[in-house]
Design a protein around this ligand. Structure first.
Ligand SMILES: Cc1ncc(COP(=O)(O)O)c(C=O)c1O
Length: 381
């Protein structure tokens, strides 16, 4: 018997449509339950496919306030696909990039970008002037709420930058961003929530300071898959920007104890079966390892050449660029597999794994597999 998956060559990236939708609905439900009026601006640096960004927008209705992307080149892809309310969550610097940004801003008055220094503000204002942008470019001050990545310090430093922006006719200060990326996977949950509340205090205090100085931010944006609920319950937060909830991976599954289902997997083929190991065709070029190694999925949904049995005792380690090695778990037994059999692996980190593929395959029982181009794959500029 063959099934639809047997037609796909491997390694291939699969996305379960029902689980993707269920994860999105679950997150929207939790958000609506926890907060009044806080919007979702899903971060699309992970999904990278405009088709999936559109799916978020369709599912979210009134609760979704545009999307986030990390980079200008990702924004270009989303704009070309007709999505116009976009927040670029990474600072944009350099003549080349600001030039590209201006082209997008001319098309999309709702395009927004974060800044965290006077140099960036001056550069952007200069680029807007040169491009004779028909409307001021919307900017958010990014503050460092503890991740110690980008962002000005909360409080006075943020206020001074906001005041500087407000003097620039080419720019419009619309808000604050403060992303607590360092907390997303922290366990136990109680500690993650406690530290997130501390991080949010910095955002709230800065919002208050700006408001007292006549610069009330209309957007206060923050949060990821591990923290957005705590963020959404914080005074002054207007939107949250999680992204991984839709796809999921082992890192988030371990941290969030089954809140969302694993929707993203890599289909791989057994190359050989040996005394103490099974070797598959997915190695370092098919699965990222920055968050640890992938894990075999327990089962496959369909029969055929595809293996549908419990595989959860197996462990996976990369066997080089092109190979993966499966070894028996504690019970010491290898499943009865043969060359050509296929199984699913769960990526440890969805964002960095998805970025390795040009196409993802949307699967749903009873429906034809749909090939979705990952148009922003590799767009890191
Ligand atoms: C600024 C920013 N916001 C939101 C997110 C979304 O986080 P997650 O995919 O963990 O939900 C990220 C992810 O790295 C990010 O960098």
């Amino acid at each position: 018997m063959t099934n639809a998956l047997d037609c796909l060559d491997t390694p291939s990236l699969l996305l379960d449509r029902q689980k993707l939708k269920a994860n999105t609905r679950k997150l929207l439900h939790l958000l609506r339950e926890k907060s009044t009026g806080v919007k979702l601006r899903p971060h699309c640096k992970g999904v990278k496919a405009p088709a999936l960004a559109r799916l978020f927008l369709a599912e979210g209705g009134e609760t979704i306030e545009g999307i986030c992307v990390a980079k200008t080149s990702e924004a270009e892809v989303m704009v070309a696909a007709g999505i116009t309310d976009i927040l670029i969550t990474t600072e944009v610097i350099g003549k080349n990039k600001t030039g590209r940004l201006m082209k997008l801003a001319a098309l999309c008055p709702e395009l927004k970008v974060v800044v965290d220094s006077r140099t960036l503000v001056e550069n952007l204002a200069g680029a807007c002037k040169e491009a004779a942008l028909p409307q001021p470019l919307k900017v958010l001050v990014e503050i460092n709420v503890g991740q110690n990545r980008t962002g000005v310090e909360p409080g006075e430093e943020a206020l001074h930058l906001a005041q500087f922006i407000s003097q620039m006719p080419e720019l419009k200060l619309v808000g604050l961003q403060g992303y607590e990326g360092h907390l997303q996977h922290l366990c136990p949950t109680s500690e993650r929530e406690r530290l997130c509340r501390e991080a949010m205090e910095k955002l709230t205090a800065t919002t208050k300071l700006l408001t007292e100085n006549g610069l009330a931010p209309s957007i206060v944006t923050t949060g990821g898959t591990g923290t957005f609920l705590t963020c959404a319950a914080t005074d002054g937060v207007t939107e949250v920007q999680p992204g991984s909830f839709a796809l999921m991976d082992t890192a988030y599954t371990d941290a969030l104890a089954g809140t969302y289902e694993i929707a993203l997997t890599v289909l791989t083929t057994v190359l050989g079966v040996y005394r103490d190991r099974i070797v598959v065709d997915a190695g370092l070029k098919s699965l990222s390892t920055d968050m640890g190694f992938a894990r075999p999925f327990k089962q496959l949904p369909e029969q055929g050449n595809t293996v549908a049995r419990t595989l959860h005792n197996l462990t996976y380690t990369p066997g080089g660029d092109e190979h993966g090695i499966l070894k028996a778990g504690q019970d010491g037994t290898l499943p009865d597999l043969k060359p050509g059999d296929r199984l699913l692996l769960i990526p440890s980190h969805c964002d960095t794994t998805l970025n390795l593929y040009d196409t993802l395959y949307l699967t749903e029982p009873g429906r034809e597999i749909e090939a979705v181009p990952i148009l922003a794959r590799g767009k890191v500029q």
